[in-house]
Structure formats: C-alpha cells, structure tokens
Ligand binder design. Structure first.
Ligand SMILES: Cc1cc2nc3c(=O)[nH]c(=O)nc-3n(C[C@H](O)[C@H](O)[C@H](O)COP(=O)(O)OP(=O)(O)OC[C@H]3O[C@@H](n4cnc5c(N)ncnc54)[C@H](O)[C@@H]3O)c2cc1C
Length: 231
C-alpha cells in the first residue's frame, strides 16, 4: 500500500524540497482536443499534424474552451495549509484530502527557506530583500512549529480527540491532497497562480505543474511560450 504523504514517481519538488506536486493520472491528449473540436463534422484522427496544431492555437486564441475539457489530470499535492486554502478556492477542481480526524501520523511543518518582507505599496504582496538577515525569524518559525506539535501530542496523550487537538496546529502544517481538473480549468488556474500577483509559494506549484504536463500537451505549452507567457 502507498502513502499519500510520499511523492509519486512523476513529481516535482518545490519550496526548497519541503513540498511537491506529482502527476498521478491523466485522460486524453492534444489529439483528443482537436478531435473533440471536429466532432461537429463527424471526423476524427489518430495523430496530430501541422493543421491540428494550428487548430489548437485557434481554439485557445478564441476561447473555444469546451474541447479542452476532454483532457484531465489528477495531481497529488503536498503543501502548507495556507496554500491549500488558496488552492481550494478553485472550485472547478475535484479534491480529496488526508483527514486529521482519522490520523495523527506523518506530520510535517513548513519552515520558509527565505523570509520575505511585507510590501508597502501592495498590501497583499511581499518583497524579497537580499540584505535582510532572516536567520532569527526562520529559527523562531521552526521553534513555533515544534512547540505547536508538542502541544498537539500532549493534548492527544491527555485524551483530547484528534478533531479538536488539530486546532492548535499552525498554518505551516503540510497537508496532502489529490486534485483532479480538466485542461480548461487548469489553464485558468495556471494563469492566476503563475502570475506576479500570486503568492510565491503557490506560484512554485503552478510552475511545477507546467513542467509536469508539458510532455502531455507540448503544442499548448508552445502556444503560451510563443506569446511570452512562460511555460
Ligand atoms: C492573486 C489572487 C489574490 C486573491 N485574493 C483573494 C482575497 O483576498 N480574498 C478572497 O476571498 N479570494 C481571493 N482570491 C481568490 C479568487 O477570488 C478566486 O476565488 C480564485 O482565484 C479562484 O478563481 P475562480 O473562481 O476563477 O476559479 P474556479 O473556482 O476554478 O472557477 C473557474 C470559473 O468558473 C466560473 N465559476 C465557478 N464557480 C462559479 C460560481 N459559483 N458562480 C459563477 N461562476 C462560477 C467562473 O467563471 C470562474 O472564473 C485571490 C486569487 C488570486 C489569484
């Protein structure tokens, strides 16, 4: 039996190796997209040719999105709780997550590898300040993670239920979940989360997803690359 807290074979590490995202299942190919677009003509093909690549670009360009829904991916994600909160705002994904009502094993806590300072002009953003010595702050965060975990264990040992004791665990707790999404909704997620407006941590996951799916949808990736939207 596998362990959902361990990365699957095809995965990309993020957050300095503390998090990861893995591709565990997929449905359809780029050929499925162009075939779906051609269903209206009653014609399908087995392989992509140059015309199909052009058709694919046309579909993306003109927001003809439904053919994209015939390609879907399932990812296994290991991320801090605060990133899971942002991720689950994307309602068009289907999710299943490890439950801390059931299990209290394999608990890990994120300690940022680099502390960013609060941005002044943009209230939701942070800034990378190379001169900022973050040694003390990182140690304080690690210590808080550790103290919270010890309190959690003490509560469990005194008979408190898992479902209540988990309330003392910090937002830095790592969680594991599965997320399934079709390509149309995934492209929307990637646009929002691999963006200068997104938090650095979730951006790391969005970039990792691009890396994982590029071999499956190379023409879609090169469409965005050719328009200067990094893939
Ligand atoms: C940089 C950034 C900052 C953010 N800051 C905040 C914040 O401060 N506070 C906050 O609460 N959220 C915030 N969010 C979350 C944001 O408001 C969205 O909830 C999140 O990005 C998911 O986007 P979505 O709804 O388009 O995606 P999905 O939920 O995947 O939906 C995809 C699309 O489907 C359609 N759709 C889905 N569900 C419905 C529905 N019920 N009704 C109508 N149409 C629907 C919409 O067209 C939607 O765009 C932020 C997001 C980003 C990227």
């Amino acid at each position: 039996m596998g362990n959902i807290n361990l990365p699957p074979k095809n995965h990309v590490k993020v957050l300095g190796g503390q998090g990861w995202v893995g591709l565990i299942d997929q449905l359809g190919t780029e050929t499925s997209i162009v075939n779906a677009a051609r269903v209206s003509f009653g014609k399908i093909k087995d392989e992509m040719d140059d015309k199909d690549v052009k058709l694919l670009s046309y579909l993306i360009e003109n927001k003809h999105t439904s053919p994209m829904e015939h390609v879907a991916f399932t990812f296994s994600i290991h991320c801090p709780l605060f990133i899971r909160g942002q991720w689950h705002r994307h309602r068009t994904w289907s999710y299943n997550e490890i439950s801390r009502r059931y299990t209290d094993v394999d608990m890990e806590f994120y300690t940022p590898t680099k502390i960013r300072q609060q941005a002044i002009s943009d209230r939701q953003a942070s800034v990378d300040s190379p001169d900022f010595d973050d040694t003390k702050q990182k140690a304080l965060i690690a210590s808080h993670n550790d103290t919270s975990y010890k309190l959690y264990r003490n509560l469990l040992e005194s008979g408190v239920s898992r479902e209540q004791a988990r309330g003392v665990l910090p937002q830095n707790m790592m969680v594991s979940f599965w997320g399934t999404v079709n390509l149309n909704n995934l492209l929307h997620f990637l646009e929002l989360r691999d963006s200068e407006h997104a938090q650095w941590e979730i951006k790391e996951y969005a970039k990792a997803i691009k890396q994982l799916i590029k071999p499956v949808i190379p023409s879609v990736a090169s469409y965005f690359e050719s328009r200067g939207q990094g893939w």
